[in-house]
Ligand binder design. Structure first.
Ligand SMILES: C[S@@+](CC[C@H](N)C(=O)[O-])C[C@H]1O[C@@H](n2cnc3c(N)ncnc32)[C@H](O)[C@@H]1O
Length: 312
């Protein structure tokens, strides 16, 4: 084979390796909760996430078995599925609900509008809270405050229900997170929680490749640690504020299509992305390796989508 045949291949290979090295280095590692608030402030202010993911910063529910469905509709469906599964729909209108780590308020607004609850959404990100307020119609009983999930400024037993979706991976002290959620929940109240979980190590230690992947999934999106479904369930069950039995389920297969859809969404609406400016295109491309790794991890069982509820 002539050298001229190999040169372009070597060039492309070097380019790929170089880009991968840059991607692995240019992370958004977790140092303190400030890393999380800064990351979400940036993700909110550039509007890229909102353009692609809509007002819900969580995965969609595509049914069991998963069916073809619009990405943003699947996110709305997710909220209603979690309401049903957790039993939140058994609470009367006017019940007080806290949405811990509320993003820009997508779930909070559905809980207020469709179920008539009085909702308070809290997030560590100032930009998310101002955006949540902008997006919320004055007619809803739906309020938002900047607050740390580990230091909720509410007295014990002040809510009929506690809702928290995909917040756990950003929190290092999982026991304190579980304690705070259950402290503000009234006895007999309802807990509805969803989380990205790591396979429990009793089901198999991570191999070398899995450890590299998990390191990236932690470092790229300001995650200090993933807990397992069993591990976080034990945090809830053993909390001294817990008075109920904690039940869990695995929604990995129902939520899995979200990862491919989050990439396809950019291809389906290139004009919406380019309208945000050239920087948005690069920012969007930068997320693709992490999204693909997430998909791989969830599809191989390395990661699991856990949901948690309390039962009296
Ligand atoms: C993946 S987003 C989910 C947002 C929202 N639950 C939703 O479903 O659209 C994670 C959220 O957790 C919030 N968060 C992370 N750590 C937090 C903390 N210590 N206190 C309060 N909010 C936190 C982030 O600001 C963000 O709103």
């Amino acid at each position: 084979m002539p050298t001229s045949f190999f040169l372009p291949i070597i060039f492309v290979l070097l380019l790929v390796i170089f880009s991968l090295l840059i991607w692995m280095k240019s992370d958004r590692r977790y140092h303190t909760s400030k890393s999380v608030s800064l990351a979400y402030d940036a993700w909110t202010n550039d509007r890229l996430l909102e353009t692609l993911w809509g007002e819900h910063v969580h995965l969609g529910h595509y049914g069991s078995p998963p069916r073809k469905c619009n990405f943003q509709q699947a996110k709305v469906d997710f909220v209603h599925e979690l309401v049903r599964w957790s039993g939140l729909n058994q609470l009367p209108p006017g019940s007080r609900v806290i949405d811990v780590g509320c993003g820009i308020g997508g779930s909070s607004r559905i809980l207020a509008r469709d179920y008539g609850f009085e909702v308070i959404g809290i997030s560590i990100s100032t930009a998310q809270i101002s955006r949540a307020m902008q997006l919320t119609d004055q007619g809803f009983k739906c309020d938002f405050q900047v607050m740390d999930a580990l230091d909720l400024k509410f007295s014990n037993a002040s809510f009929d229900a506690v809702w928290s979706v995909e917040v756990g991976p950003h929190i290092l002290d999982k026991q304190r997170y579980a304690d705070e959620l259950l402290r503000v929940l009234r006895p007999g109240g309802i807990l509805a929680l969803a989380d990205w979980n790591l396979r429990d190590q009793s089901d198999g230690q991570m191999n070398f490749l899995e450890r590299i992947v998990i390191r990236q999934l932690l470092d790229q999106w300001a995650h200090p640690e993933f807990s397992s479904i069993a591990g976080f369930s034990a945090n809830l069950q053993n909390s001294h504020f817990n008075q109920a039995s904690i039940q869990t389920a695995d929604w990995t297969s129902a939520t899995l299509p979200s990862w491919t859809d989050s990439i396809l969404e950019g291809l389906r609406r290139p004009l919406a992305i380019s309208a945000l400016g050239p920087e948005a295109i690069f920012k969007g491309l930068r997320e693709i390796p992490t999204i693909l790794l997430m998909r791989w991890a969830f599809s191989t069982g390395l990661m699991q989508f856990g949901v948690f509820r309390s039962r009296n």
